[in-house]
Design a protein around this ligand. Structure first.
Ligand code: ZN
Length: 291
């Protein structure tokens, strides 16, 4: 394929991509010919083209928030569309909604990621608007930045974790309260430690966990208000900074990996090993009987 032909195909793909507002094929064929096609492309401001190419690059790498696998997203798994909200006399001026949807290409997952940006709609020509500055954005699916926790983690712990993530930006104190309860639930469930106060339960952990884990717990405990609050009843709602709620959430995620995920992986490996030994012995018995 000649370089020029290749280039035209790429250009045509870009123009027809949702990022370009889904221009119809007729818009191109009406002009006809290679040069006109390139002229047509040149009509777009370079800023607009930058955005288009950025959008295409943006589709390349994606870490699925459901299965946590880093993947490469190609066109069939990516959707983007900008809808201009044509309404009179809004004090926001011309705005539009940019919808971005991605399906995870991992066949064990295939879940839908969905987000919406409310952006300034920048008039370009005729009835065409470009995407301006983002004013608000909402991630619709999955609902929060929470990781999807495996089913073998007790339901009460999963619920508290999801809830803590969901309300983190709305109320950091409610989020931190749930996160502390979640931490207590994990210590009680995984280590079978049960004391009156979370502080005492954490102290009991010191000679049970490795140094890295203990350092992480202590690091979170010594930050801002969290440390003081860990010493009180877990249900007391106290003011914390937004960043502190996230620190607790991060600690929970790390402990889930270090405790539950490691234990489950070890259990699976042992199970596989047992099955292997069992099938080998069965084979041996069959061959002895046949002798
Ligand atoms: Zn996935």
């Amino acid at each position: 394929m000649k370089i020029q032909t290749k280039f035209i195909i790429i250009v045509a793909k870009v123009i027809n991509s949702p990022a370009m507002g889904g221009l119809e094929q007729n818009d191109l064929s009406a002009k006809g010919g290679t040069l006109q096609l390139l002229d047509f492309v040149a009509e777009f401001s370079s800023a607009r083209q930058d955005r288009v190419f950025n959008n295409i690059y943006m589709t390349r790498n994606f870490t699925c928030p459901y299965c946590n696998r880093p993947t490469t997203i190609t066109d069939p798994n990516y959707f983007e569309h900008f809808v201009v909200i044509k309404i009179k006399e809004s004090n926001m001026g011309d705005v539009g909604l940019k919808i971005i949807a991605i399906t995870c290409p991992n066949i064990d997952c295939n879940k839908l990621f969905l987000k919406v940006d409310l952006s300034e709609a920048v008039h370009e020509y005729a009835d065409v608007y470009g995407v301006g500055e983002i004013l608000e954005n909402w991630r619709l699916l999955p609902e929060s930045e929470a990781r999807t926790l495996p089913d073998y983690i007790p339901e009460a712990i999963r619920k508290d974790y999801y809830e803590a993530c969901r309300i983190r930006d709305l109320s950091s104190k409610a989020s931190a309260t749930l996160a502390r309860r979640c931490l207590q639930g994990m210590i009680r469930n995984y280590w079978a430690i049960k004391r009156e106060r979370l502080q005492d339960e954490i102290n009991d952990l010191e000679d049970k966990v490795d140094l890295d884990t203990w350092t992480s717990i202590n690091a979170v405990r010594s930050v801002g208000n969290i440390g003081a609050h860990m010493e009180r009843d877990i249900n007391i709602i106290v003011d914390v900074e937004p960043g502190e709620a996230q620190l607790l959430i991060g600690l929970i995620e790390q402990l889930i990996d270090d405790w539950y995920v490691v234990r489950e992986n070890r259990r699976k490996r042992t199970e596989e090993l047992k099955n292997l030994v069992f099938s080998k012995e069965k084979q041996k018995n069959v061959s002895t009987e046949n002798d």
